[in-house]
Design a protein around this ligand. Sequence first.
Ligand code: PLP
Length: 394
Amino acid sequence: MSPTPGRSTTAVWGGETEHEPYEGATQVPVVHSVSFGYRDIEAWQAVAQERAPGHIYSRNTNPTVRAFEEKVRDLEGAESATSFASGMAAISATFFALLRPGERVVSIKDSYGGTNKLFTEFLPPFGIEVCLCDTSDFERIEAEVRRGCRLLYLETPTNPTIKIVDIGRLAQAAHAAGALVAVDNTFATPINQNPLQCGADLVLHSATKYLGGHADALGGAACGASELVRKLYHFREINGAALAPMDAYNLLRGMKTLALRVERQNDNALSIARWLQSQRVIEQVNYPGLESHLHHDVARRQMRGFGGMLSFSVRGGLEAIKQFLPRLRYAHRAANLGCVETVVGPPLVTSHVECTPEERAAAGIPEGLVRYSTGIEDVSDLIEDLEQALACIA
Ligand SMILES: Cc1ncc(COP(=O)(O)O)c(C=O)c1O
């Protein structure tokens, strides 16, 4: 591979040029074996002590899982990567491996619902102070970081209000305060944004979404400097939330088309957002590619494409979307995103189902908001479909 291959080439070949093909197989084999045996005790010991390459036990490392990790590492331009059974396992490992009682984490109010639960329910009993700031108030986030912080945890674009956070600016403030910076890059994908290049120390993924792209495998990943990733790996090898080899294979196969899919999803989402903006029954459209987006300028600077995720609210709120969503022909109504098919869902039954109506209101999520994950279908079909379904709203 050339020293700086393009993103499409990296999606196809990343993590796959170094391994020895098994009996000439051009595809990474799915190695289901839990353990790896050695006749020679010294060779076994060398692998176990990490003095020689190889595998011992699949909760620690596995050849198929390693290929997945290497592909994500290449796509994020990181020194090292490790994997997890799901995105939430990656996020939990970040907190429990890096934070200690008495330390403080600063984050945003709009993080994914599961992440928010970790902040509000699981970290405080361990004596970890959590400070959640208004996502768009960068000055407040900087001020809270200066008050003392071990970890600044960001997500951009956010779920489901599609806000944009300035990674470079906030990473600078965090580093000045001696804090680490972790960014959930699930929505942007490494095709549109590389947080490590913007100054983050750690980038996290729910591989379940765009990386896999086909809604058939759960997985998570973390990338960064070896020393830092090693801490998360160590937590995972003990806590046991390991990625399964078959899931790693499905994710690997999906990632080969990541660049193609995401480029199409970027184009589709921008066209749909612009079309929705011109519809009288649409109250609000949240998409960073629109000039009207609060942080369109930040998105232009830190993203190569604006992503496939948008959200919008329709006139008539919850009652209206109860009529409108069932009429869509080309959309799964489901709690997922980032796959080849378009997926729609109101946050009140998807990302923020665990929140109370008051918590959703505080996070700026109207009960009638629709999250729209654009698929790779022909955009003219998606717009026609939206048009016929929205016709039911007076
Ligand atoms: C931004 C973001 N991060 C993390 C997660 C959690 O990922 P997983 O479902 O793979 O645990 C999700 C799930 O929707 C998400 O949207």
